[in-house]
Design a protein around this ligand. Structure first.
Ligand code: PRP
Length: 168
């Protein structure tokens, strides 16, 4: 395994994202919506670096249909426990790859009429996009490597590593 992003690089970037997001949401309470499982470590660090009051909830989604088609849909295997209507919400994701998960999730959550709905992703692989989706806040744009660590797994291993590695 080769280090792609060190613990220090990640923590600095998460701090920068937290400051920007805190400024944008200044004076408002933010509902952080983590996408399980990969986002839980990023969300824990981001939340602790933010200054506005924060509440947290999680979703877990599964893709069905063909995952390689833009028509691939998602279903909630764990839905929010918080009503979204009228809230200022921020979806927290670890990585955007094809874009299918977030495109569908964003539409489903938007339909619940939050006051605002934004997206932060730690990693973005624009070269893998199959559907058009852009996050509002991006930590790092990366090449098409298979990456693990800091929440990201390979067959459930490596999520607890403090850095992000390319798996060879
Ligand atoms: C990963 C990642 C995103 C999704 C991105 O989750 O956390 O949710 O895939 O892919 P997409 O842009 O192609 O839709 P994964 O299904 O590996 O689940 P996990 O977070 O539980 O590891």
């Amino acid at each position: 395994m080769k280090v792609l992003l060190s613990e220090k690089q990640i923590q600095q970037r998460v701090g920068t994202l937290a400051r920007k997001i805190s400024k944008d949401f200044s004076g408002r309470e933010v509902l952080l919506i983590g996408i399980l499982k990969g986002a839980f470590i990023f969300m824990a660090d981001l939340a602790r670096k933010m200054t506005p009051p924060v509440k947290m909830d999680f979703v877990r989604v599964a893709s069905y249909g063909s995952e390689t088609q833009s028509s691939g849909k998602i279903k909630f295997t764990k839905d929010l426990e918080t009503p979204l209507r009228g809230k200022d919400a921020l979806i927290v994701e670890d990585i955007i790859d094809s874009g299918i998960t977030l495109k569908h999730l964003y539409q489903r959550l938007k339909a619940r009429k939050p006051r605002s709905l934004k997206v932060v992703t730690l990693l973005d692989k624009p070269g893998r996009r199959q559907v058009n989706f852009q996050a509002d806040y991006v930590g790092f744009q990366i090449e098409n490597h298979f990456v693990v660590g800091y929440g990201l797994d390979c067959a459930e291993e490596y999520r607890n590593l403090r850095a992000i590695y390319v798996l060879k």
